[in-house]
Design a protein around this ligand. Structure first.
Ligand code: G6P
Length: 605
């Protein structure tokens, strides 16, 4: 969603701002803009549409050694040139860019209008520009503090003032802000992707924290003007991690990253001696682990689907009751929090507002939350009581692939750990370890079948709708397969437990509606075969994903994956479905990496 970039230094910052905005494009946005200060004059340029379009029409005079920039995802007011950020006060002196939602914007706006302020846009953000401009206070940081004390809601914000041309003031409350420390220059962003080309030295602000940023450094403090002493940390992410690596799309690159990404998740975590996993961030001792009676997994989108598969894994391996629920629903239904339940929050970005809200709801009621998160230092990683990082590397494409697969791998590690402090024997522990170690090479094997998968995708891409079916361990795989297809190809797709077909959806089966059936060689194989027969008997086209051809000529196409340990099957079965969705989307000419209406990281409700 929205992105913030800022620069203060000695050279013209606008090239950095534009490049930073391009790095944030993957998050999803509808408009973009830049403000720059030079010789005490503030100039703004902004436009609906792509960063490139805005940059192409950027007047030369919008330049200077200090600037802020933004990609907007509309919340208050439709996408338009005037609603794009930065927003300025009436005199065009103060400029503001903002991520998040100001909940009392209507009240603040009415009060300002009653005082004679004429608004240029429909946005909540413009309120802040006027409040800062009208606030009392000697320093810009005092005026920003005074303005933000009136504001309720979530924000990541950057402010500059033409009369104080050496500084940017930034603030965070629920929406990330990170500072990048350069040599005689400083960077500001909402996501490290925008600044790792220039520095690896970063400072993550906490909620309720502000910073004054000048070319020579920064000072952090709270809304009550208490200084917080922060030092920079080094991130191990470089600009290369954000490149497409020669692929046409980030999504394809990230599908191909999966062998290495899974290695990253497993690295240093397999303990052959005790046939278990070692999870340094778990911070729950064996006695406490044994006291856990249930596991409840929370996440949104693909993170939620990975949670359904994870719950099945935990229940099977550790024999603990486990289930998953969309974090977006959980947080609002006044859930009963049980002290003997381990809550697990799953999030690639670590910034999804609904998942963070669910974590806070559990903690407010005294529950314990473990995070499974990819982005190091993200809000959910910091809010949770303990955690497992995926170490999958940055995921740029909106649709999740490698983070999803690595989350399943992390669930297998967690299930193994929970199992081994309970009744799972060392033989089974060793068997699962061997299965996990084999995964990267097996993913490579699936990737080698891409050409065949692409041909199958070409045959289903013209369908207006598709069914995905599976049973027990195969069902969450079907859910995520359908999710991938609808997200990036816009083909309507629905997942059903294969057992439920005859209770309704069978009525829709015709030769025009393909069914993608997840059919591993497991205990459900025979029952799955009869579901396949029911589809075939109605002339439905069948694509089977599994370990072998189900026979009888029932499948029109078969996508094979290598056999794994049965508990780990869902990890490999998901890979062909990612490639299937990818090639269907390419065949249909879709914007694969930035599907319409979707954002990578949904930081507002
Ligand atoms: C958005 C993305 C999905 C993602 C979900 C959860 O909806 O479009 O691809 O699965 O958010 O994101 P998270 O970062 O919390 O895993």
């Amino acid at each position: 969603m929205c992105g913030i970039v800022g620069y203060v230094g000695k050279q013209d910052g606008v090239p950095f701002l534009l490049e930073g905005l391009q790095r944030l494009e993957y998050r999803g946005y509808d408009s973009a803009g830049v403000a720059a200060v030079k010789n005490g004059t503030l100039r703004v340029h902004k436009a609906e549409g792509r960063v490139r379009g805005m940059a192409d029409t950027l007047p030369k005079r919008v330049a200077g050694p200090l600037g802020i920039a933004h990609t907007r995802w509309a919340t208050h007011g439709p996408p338009s040139d005037v609603n794009s950020h930065p927003h300025v006060d009436t005199e065009g002196r103060v400029a503001v860019v903002h991520n998040g939602i100001i909940e009392n914007a209507a009240v603040l706006r009415a009060a300002l209008e009653a005082d004679g302020v004429v608004f240029a846009s429909d946005t909540d953000t413009e309120v802040v520009a006027h409040l800062v401009a009208r606030a009392d206070g000697e320093e810009l940081e005092d005026r920003v503090r005074a303005a933000l004390r009136q504001v309720e809601g979530a924000y990541g914000i950057a402010v500059c003032d033409a009369t104080v041309p050496d500084r940017i003031v930034v603030a965070r409350n629920g929406s990330p802000v990170v500072l990048g420390v350069g040599n005689g220059e400083m960077f500001v962003a909402s996501d490290i992707a925008a600044l790792v080309r220039h520095t690896q030295q970063v400072v993550f602000l906490e909620d309720g924290e502000l910073a004054t940023v000048t070319a020579d450094g920064f000072r952090t403090f709270t809304l009550d003007a208490q200084t917080t002493n922060k030092t920079a940390t080094e991130v191990d992410v470089t600009d290369d991690d954000y490149s497409r690596g020669g692929h046409a799309h980030y999504l394809r690159k990230e599908i191909g990253d999966q062998p290495e990404a899974v290695r990253g998740t497993l690295r240093g975590r397999l303990d052959h001696r005790f046939a278990t996993s070692r999870l340094g961030g778990l911070e729950i001792n064996a006695r406490e682990l044994r006291a856990i009676r249930r596991v409840k997994i929370l996440g949104c989108g693909s993170a939620y689907y990975s949670g359904i598969a994870g719950a099945h894994l935990i229940e099977t391996v550790a024999r603990l009751p486990a289930d998953a629920e969309p974090a977006s629903e959980f947080r609002y239904r006044s859930p009963v929090i049980d002290p003997e339940t381990l809550y697990v929050a799953v999030s690639q970005s670590g910034e999804t507002a609904d998942t963070l809200g669910a974590v806070q709801e559990v903690q407010r009621k005294g529950g314990r939350v473990l995070g499974i998160v990819n982005v190091v230092g993200s809000s959910i990683a910091r809010a949770t009581d303990s955690g497992i990082y995926l170490h999958a590397g940055p995921e740029v494409s909106v649709a999740s692939t490698k983070a999803y697969t690595c989350t399943l791998t992390a669930f297998a590690l967690l299930a193994l750990h929970l199992g081994r402090v309970r009744d799972l024997g060392p033989g089974d522990g060793e068997r699962l370890i061997a299965g996990l170690e084999a995964l990267p090479a097996q993913i490579e094997e699936v990737l080698e079948t891409e050409e065949h998968i692409a041909a199958v995708a070409g045959r289903i891409a013209d369908a207006t709708s598709a069914f995905f079916i599976g049973r027990v361990a195969g069902f969450p795989v079907a859910l995520e397969g359908a999710q991938k297809l609808k997200e990036i190809s816009y083909v309507h797709a629905e997942a059903y437990p294969a057992s439920e077909l005859k209770h309704g959806p069978l009525a829709l089966i015709t030769p025009d509606l393909p069914t993608i059936a997840v059919v591993p060689d497991d205990q459900m194989l025979e029952k799955n075969r009869s579901a396949l027969q029911q589809v075939a008997a109605r002339g439905g086209r069948l694509v089977v994903v599994g370990h072998s051809d189900p026979g009888d000529g029932v499948a029109d196409d078969v996508l094979l994956v290598p056999r794994s340990e049965p508990e780990l099957d869902p990890i490999l079965l998901g890979i062909p479905l990612q490639l299937l969705a990818y090639h269907a989307a390419v065949a249909l000419g879709r914007d694969v990496d930035q599907p319409r209406n979707l954002a990578k990281s949904v930081t507002v409700e």
